[in-house]
Write a protein that binds this ligand. Structure first.
Ligand code: ATP
Length: 289
């Protein structure tokens, strides 16, 4: 009997064996910076898409990146996440992880999560299963064979469901969610995978006004525990969430500051509206609209 009891104890569904759990990643943010990007350049067929770019993101901040089409925003995200290798420069996650030495999977494992503009959820799976599949577990063959969802992992998924406002939809197929709900689920998937730095590409494109408002509240609530970098064209939305805005132009940082500072910045006005209008007050108002 004792043998059977011991065996049952070992295979209890609500316990996850320690060897299955991934090793926690340490990110050194002693200097309060979570992302260091220095002297970064990449060119495609002689065209400088990123041009000696320097950018520092503070741990826990909510930063917005704006810039006209072709300014280099997507290319920058591609470099941070390991999709594109730069020609020169450095990208560090905290003080100790050189992201340029890692591939995409390793960078995601370190805690850098990316949400693309179009949601890529598993439509035929439930909301709960989508989150379950994103949990940060040891994905080796042996652990996967024996993996059981423990109580703490279920609690983690419930917590994420609450954060993204989809508790009621937990058993619904992801395919039946509205566009906005799919976007929140995808953000939830990044949370379930323990992403510490969230790179979010145009989160409110195609959303209703109510969904946009909820997304703003969600992203604001995530900052602090997470660092959130949002690439967005919708200036009204940027104004509603951003503390610091970085303007990219021709692959470099053109300006950085609060939305009000950006709105008054002469270089930004020139780029957006043309030099001849730079001194006019109407032009100043136009940048943020
Ligand atoms: N793989 C590539 N090969 C060639 N050119 C590229 C490649 N990736 C980007 N580019 C070019 O680099 C420039 C920067 O593009 P990027 O997509 O980063 O800009 P963006 O700021 O994200 O623009 P958008 O707001 O339109 O998405 C563009 O001129 C683009 O055509």
């Amino acid at each position: 009997m004792e043998l059977i009891d011991n065996t049952r104890e070992v295979f209890r569904r609500d316990r996850v064996w320690a060897f299955m759990l991934p090793k926690p990643v340490k990110v050194d943010v002693a200097k309060e910076i979570i992302l260091y990007i220095e002297d970064l350049s990449v060119s495609f067929d002689g065209f400088n898409a990123i041009n000696n770019l320097n950018l520092y993101i503070r741990d826990g901040e909510l930063r917005c990146l704006i810039g006209a089409n072709g300014a280099g925003k997507t290319t920058l995200m591609d470099i941070i996440t390991g999709k594109t290798q730069p020609d020169s420069g450095s990208v560090w996650f905290g003080q100790t992880h050189n992201l340029l030495e890692h591939d995409e999977a390793a960078i995601a494992h370190l805690g850098v999560g990316r949400k693309f503009q179009k949601p890529t959820v598993f439509e035929a799976q439930s909301v709960f299963t989508n989150l379950e599949l994103s949990l940060k577990t040891n994905k080796g063959v042996l652990p996967t064979l024996f993996a059981r969802l423990g109580a703490s992992q279920r609690a983690r998924i419930d917590e994420v469901l609450l954060t993204i406002g989809l508790t009621e939809q937990r058993d619904q197929d992801a395919g039946s969610l509205s566009h906005g709900q799919k976007q929140w689920l995808e953000i939830g998937m990044l949370l379930a995978s323990d992403s510490r730095l969230l790179l979010v590409d145009e989160p409110v494109a195609g959303m209703t006004a109510e969904e946009t408002e909820k997304t703003a509240a969600l992203l604001i609530s995530l900052a602090g525990k997470h660092t959130v970098v949002v690439v967005e064209h919708d200036m009204e939305f940027v104004r509603s969430i951003a503390r610091t805005v970085t303007v990219l132009h021709q692959g470099a940082v053109l300006a950085e500051g609060t939305m009000d500072e950006i709105q008054r910045n002469k270089a930004v006005i020139e780029v957006y509206l043309g030099e001849e209008q730079a001194d006019s007050e109407t032009a100043t108002a136009g940048v943020a609209q």
